[in-house]
Design a binder for this molecule. Structure first.
Ligand code: SF4
Length: 403
């Protein structure tokens, strides 16, 4: 489909690609830790007006004034991305060269959401362990992790975007930051949490909801992420009551199905992931529980499980949306406590380049059946509609400058 490209003024040069040395063919926890962070960036000027320039300040972000100063400079001069595209559904996709962000507003929830990337490409591609449904992992070379200011920069550019056709809602005081673009939050905990510190300072009067998305494997990713979030609450980088939600990519209710969709999950059973996810949530409750500013946080379970409904892939995979999968999911939820989770049923957005190795479609009837059955079982569920699928901004479609 032809895309209408609008070139925005004052395009900065794309950041230099970062070569990753010594990529390992197998990613275990040590390798993940070693490769999760981008290189030290140069501070090339007095004014911080791009994410790259701000990077050298990151070691001081525990000082709230420092985060505030970066936030102010990003707000004063949010350097425009290389390109942007407007979707028919009202969302806007921004390409920052190597990574993408997408903005959408919900009039119903009176909120604005920015979905941001945390890496240039995805680390999992390094070891041929990319999730099978994801264009980023399948088609984009990994160039490194983004630092906190680069991630915050995407959110600020999106939130400050002045050309939204849907106007008013784009300036809602309720702002959701979804870490669901390129890369996995668990693979870049420092960048993700540093970006929260900056965004918290940038929009200190607004209601902020942060949603970190991760496959949660290995489960130690979650404890590492939790440690960084708790530190931010403890040192004032995040205000008490600011909501931090966890979204785990489940995509299969049995270990074998999940491992097919997320090869990285092969050695990490679902039970361990869900146990770690609940421990993550419990660890944050003292900071955001009853005093949470967000009613959503107080009233809803905090751990979201994303479940991508997939049809068959040739003869190698028969899909994950059969009745037996539904029963396995219900059993799993009852074992871990249905009130602890909310299931997001998501649609698959195929990439034309994956012809022959793409998943098949799932009918609307099947979606409705799953939704009704889960509700009947007392399990919170919602249908998650991807935004910007006509501009390649939908879930699993982000490819940065290679669009
Ligand atoms: S879904 Fe996320 S973790 Fe999986 S390959 Fe894509 S970007 Fe990487």
């Amino acid at each position: 489909m032809p895309l209408t490209v609008r070139h925005l003024p004052t395009c900065p040069a794309a950041p230099d690609p970062v070569a990753v040395q010594g990529a390992s063919p197998v990613l275990d926890n040590t390798h993940l830790a070693a490769h999760s962070f981008g290189p030290p960036a140069q501070n090339t000027g007095d004014a911080v007006n791009t994410g790259r320039q701000a990077a050298s300040l990151l070691s001081n972000l525990r000082d709230a004034d420092h985060a505030k100063s970066i936030a102010r400079q990003l707000l004063a001069n949010p350097t425009r991305p290389e390109q942007s595209w407007d979707s028919k559904d009202g969302s806007t996709l921004f390409s920052f060269g190597s990574h993408d962000a997408i903005l959408f507003a919900s009039a119903k929830a009176a909120s604005t959401t920015a979905c941001v990337s945390v890496q240039r490409g995805c680390l999992l591609r390094q070891a041929a362990q990319a999730c099978r449904f994801c264009s980023t992992g399948r088609h984009v070379a990994f160039e490194g992790s983004l630092d906190g200011s680069e991630i915050a920069h995407q959110a600020i550019v999106a939130m400050e975007h002045r050309n939204k056709p849907s106007g008013e809602a784009a300036f809602s005081q309720k702002k959701m930051i979804l870490y669901s673009g390129m890369g996995d939050s668990g693979l870049n905990p420092v960048g993700v949490v540093d970006s929260m510190r900056i965004i918290q300072q940038a929009y200190s009067d607004d209601e902020l909801l942060f949603f970190m998305t991760t496959m949660g494997t290995p489960p130690t990713l979650l404890s590492r992420l939790q440690r960084h979030v708790v530190n931010a609450y403890e040192d004032g980088g995040l205000f008490n009551g600011t909501a931090v939600f966890l979204q785990v990519s489940l995509h299969g209710a049995t270990d074998s199905k999940r491992a097919f969709v997320i090869p990285m999950a092969r050695k990490h059973p679902i039970d361990g992931v869900l146990t770690s996810a609940l421990a993550f949530r419990d660890g944050l409750l003292p900071y955001v529980g009853p005093q949470a500013r967000s009613t959503k946080y107080r009233e809803m379970p905090m751990v979201t499980l994303n479940y991508l409904m997939l049809g068959a892939m040739g003869a190698v995979f028969d899909g994950n949306a059969h009745n037996e999968d539904l029963m396995a999911l219900i059993k799993l939820m009852h074992r871990f406590g249905p009130s602890n989770f909310i299931i997001n049923l998501c649609s698959y957005n195929p990439d034309a380049r994956d012809r022959g190795v793409a998943f098949g479609p799932v009918s609307e009837y099947t979606f409705a059946h799953w939704q009704q059955t889960l509700e009947h079982e007392g399990i919170a569920v919602k249908r998650f509609k991807s935004r910007g699928t006509d501009i390649r901004g939908g879930c699993g479609q982000l490819v940065g400058r290679s669009v």
